[in-house]
Design a protein around this ligand. Structure first.
Ligand SMILES: O=C(CO)[C@H](O)[C@H](O)COP(=O)(O)O
Length: 229
């Protein structure tokens, strides 16, 4: 069975001073999720937003807040993010070598959906135990740029990771993030990605609704092709 396409504009490219209206604008344009980039200034060389901003945004929308925690100590953030109203809590495998079982358990017990992400230099095999665990993650986020900043160039060589994941786990949510847009979506969708994060290509477009629709159509088309083959 094909997994559902989810188009998630990265709010990193939004006007943070008008976050609620930017969120509504993206949802009106057809976004499924809102992707929230949480950076602590240590794990990646950038500092963005934390739980207080998620809490403020939650007062304005019921949308799925897909939180990607680029932080050194993800365990410290589980409770604050749950209280703030996060929906998905995606942590980095590089930051959870010894405590991922506890982390997944705590994310779920706090009512959020656990995901794991990996940087471009991290081998895909490192996430397999987290997907195959008795209490598994429900999404893998394959970074297609070095995490930290929007507007970077998509790394097509990351598609081997996506292909390998899709082959092993046909019903897993596989998210890609970094440099996704009309010129790169086909390769990502045909590799098997179904959750698409896109920042600059959506926010910078004259018609963001058209880009969101194009991204969704590409995922649907690739999924149909796979069913035919
Ligand atoms: O996680 C991120 C950076 O760490 C961003 O979500 C990502 O890069 C999206 O931005 P763009 O689509 O402009 O590349």
């Amino acid at each position: 069975m094909a997994v559902t396409p989810k188009i998630a504009p990265s709010m990193l490219s939004s006007d943070f001073a008008n976050l609620a209206s930017e969120a509504h604008r993206m949802l009106d344009f057809g976004a499924d999720w809102l992707h929230m980039d949480i950076m602590d200034g240590h794990f990646v060389p950038n500092l963005t937003i934390g739980a207080p901003v998620i809490e403020s945004l939650r007062k304005h929308t019921k949308a799925y807040l897909d939180c990607h925690l680029m932080v050194t100590n993800p365990l410290d953030y589980v409770e604050p993010f749950a209280k703030a109203g996060a929906s998905g809590f995606t942590f980095h495998v590089e930051a959870s070598k010894n405590d991922w079982k506890e982390l997944i358990q705590r994310i779920k017990s706090h009512g959020m959906r656990p995901g794991v992400s990996l940087k471009p230099g991290t081998p895909i095999e490192e996430v397999f135990p987290l997907v195959e665990a008795e209490n598994p993650v429900e999404m893998v986020l394959v970074m297609t740029v070095e995490p930290g900043f929007g507007g970077q160039k998509f790394m097509p060589e990351m598609m081997d990771k996506v292909r390998m994941l899709r082959k092993k786990y046909p019903s897993l949510d596989i998210e890609v993030d970094g440099g996704l847009g009309p010129s790169t979506i086909e390769v990502a969708a045909s590799a098997g990605a179904n959750c698409i994060v896109a920042g600059s290509s959506v926010f910078g477009a004259p018609d963001p609704a058209q880009v969101i629709s194009l991204l969704r159509n590409s995922v649907e088309k690739a999924q149909q092709q796979t069913l035919i083959q």
